[in-house]
Design a protein around this ligand. Structure first.
Ligand code: GLN
Length: 495
């Protein structure tokens, strides 16, 4: 229509950068849109949006970097894409990723690995982080102003940290996941990557993205709960003298790169000199978070991916002898269609949910998850708005435990507005090394990002120049539930 044309003409086409393998050049290519774009909202300004390939779009196939979804054209578009189109987005392409979001380096992809533009030379590319690596690279190369990613256990924050972008994971249930291919439902979020925090904050606050309930997403918070949560958070950040930032001591692990540790310490001192109060805090269950995450995420993935069996979903291999009776068709489709890491997660998840193992793994991991949530609630100044017994907070079964209500009181430890840590324990490794190492090694990269995921809290990774290296270090800020606007304002102030 005319508005779309006007919008397209306002935005001169720039040539996409190539060689970093961050866009998915798919077959089939661009599709004929099935629905007209939504009307532009008042105040919408045009911007170029890159979309991770596990988020359904009308004009492009959605393949999750998986052989099992080659050529898959979604019959509808994700709510978040529609919401951003109404705010001025023009979708420039789909971005490369780890298959179904499983990975930390964007190497588990049928399109091959994403390369980080910060690599010192072409012969030795370094990891762009994952699983939203393509989205972060699209933003950093200027191919998009903003990119959509998904963050289950760190997949937005990790690539942001490796590429020098700002990556934002929202509070769980804030941004609609309708049209986002599920990996682990109790952890999945869709979030944004940009060069700075300001454009993201603008979409959330001026664009009121955080106020829109989506009836199509059962985990999207109701309008009433949104109002209650918003009322529980201070409307503005205030000046530094009113802010307390916590330094979680358990994040100072032996494996932390000394340069990153020094950058983290320098940022804390700079905050203190700028008038904020900086205090050490303890989150004792942090140590167990990584194990709990990989049990829960794999368990949920094994259940989610069961539908890709070649019957309703999933590309059947042409040579399949599937007779519809089951086994041959399923195993042939899944054997050919899924990559190694996805198969590994399905096997791990199926095992941990089996009757012999469930008590030792899945149930135990859920207990750890509650302890992690409790740790956070004890150190934040604000109460968790889902845990005061009202609204539909009960849908998050994490809050209704007696131990939680008893121990989430505010005595004892210092009360903070935000927590500051490193996003990742090390700088981006060389891709050649990643491909040699075990998957356990990749899991280790998520050690600082999974705790906020398990607790459903908002978190931002922001780039900070580090001494002795040209690579930026990623620092992570975590806030209380629904305190996203202040969190982004704080990230903007720190950068
Ligand atoms: N690296 C983590 C995993 O493989 C996180 C992925 C994500 O957040 N999507 O599960």
């Amino acid at each position: 229509g005319v508005p779309a044309l006007r919008q397209a003409l306002q935005q001169p086409q720039r040539r996409r950068s190539s060689g970093f393998n961050h866009f998915v050049d798919s077959d089939p290519g661009k599709l004929e849109p099935t629905v007209p774009p939504p009307p532009l909202l008042a105040g919408a300004t045009p911007f170029r949006l890159a979309v991770k390939d596990n988020i359904a779009t009308d004009e492009f196939p959605t393949q999750c970097a998986s052989r099992i979804l080659v050529g898959h054209a979604s019959p509808f578009e994700a709510t978040i894409v529609r919401q951003l189109r109404a705010r001025g987005a023009e979708v420039v392409g789909k971005t490369n990723m780890d298959e179904f979001g499983m990975g930390s380096h964007s190497t588990n992809s049928i399109h091959g690995p994403v390369r980080n533009p910060l690599s010192a030379n072409d012969d030795e590319p370094i990891s762009a982080g994952g699983s939203s690596g393509g989205s972060a690279v699209a933003v950093m190369l200027g191919d998009a102003d903003i990119a959509l990613g998904t963050d289950t256990g760190g997949s937005i924050r990790l690539p942001a940290s490796y590429t020098g972008a700002v990556g934002y994971r929202p509070s769980y249930g804030m941004l609609s996941r309708f049209g986002v291919f599920p990996y682990a439902n109790s952890l999945d979020t869709v979030g944004l990557i940009a060069r700075g925090a300001r454009p993201i904050l603008r979409l959330l606050a001026d664009g009121e993205l955080d106020q829109e309930h989506d009836p199509n997403d059962p985990t999207s918070l109701s309008s009433a709960t949104r109002r209650r949560c918003a009322a529980a958070c201070p409307p503005t950040l205030g000046d530094n003298s009113q802010l307390t930032v916590g330094i979680p001591l358990e994040y100072n692990i032996a494996e932390l790169d000394p340069v990153i540790r020094a950058t983290w310490a320098a940022a804390a001192s700079a905050l203190e000199s700028a008038g904020a109060t900086v205090v050490p805090v303890s989150l004792p269950s942090t140590r167990e978070a990584l194990c709990a995450y990989y049990v829960i995420a794999a368990a949920e993935a094994s259940s989610n991916l069961a539908k890709y069996d070649g019957v309703r979903y999933g590309v059947r291999p042409p040579e399949s002898r599937g007779d519809g009776a089951g086994h041959t068709l399923y195993s042939e489709t899944r054997g050919v269609g899924f990559g190694d890491e996805v198969k590994r997660r399905i096997l791990l998840g199926t095992y941990s949910l089996s009757s012999a193992a469930i008590d030792n793994y899945f149930v135990q991991a859920q207990r750890v998850r509650r302890l992690i949530r409790r740790d956070f609630d004890r150190v934040f100044r604000l109460a968790n708005p889902l845990c005061d017994g009202g609204g539909d907070g009960a849908q998050f079964d994490l809050c209704d435990m007696p131990e939680h209500t008893l121990l989430a009181d505010k005595r004892g430890p210092p009360q903070v507005d935000f927590l500051l840590s490193a996003t990742t324990p090390s700088f981006p490794p060389r891709l050649a090394d990643v491909l040699q190492r075990s998957s356990l090694d990749a899991y280790m990269n998520d050690v600082f990002t999974v705790p906020a995921s398990l607790a459903g809290l908002p978190a931002v990774s922001l780039p900070v120049p580090a001494a002795e290296t040209r690579l930026p270090a990623g620092l992570q800020l975590v806030g209380q539930f629904w305190d996203d606007r202040r969190l982004l304002a704080m990230a903007e102030r720190l950068k």
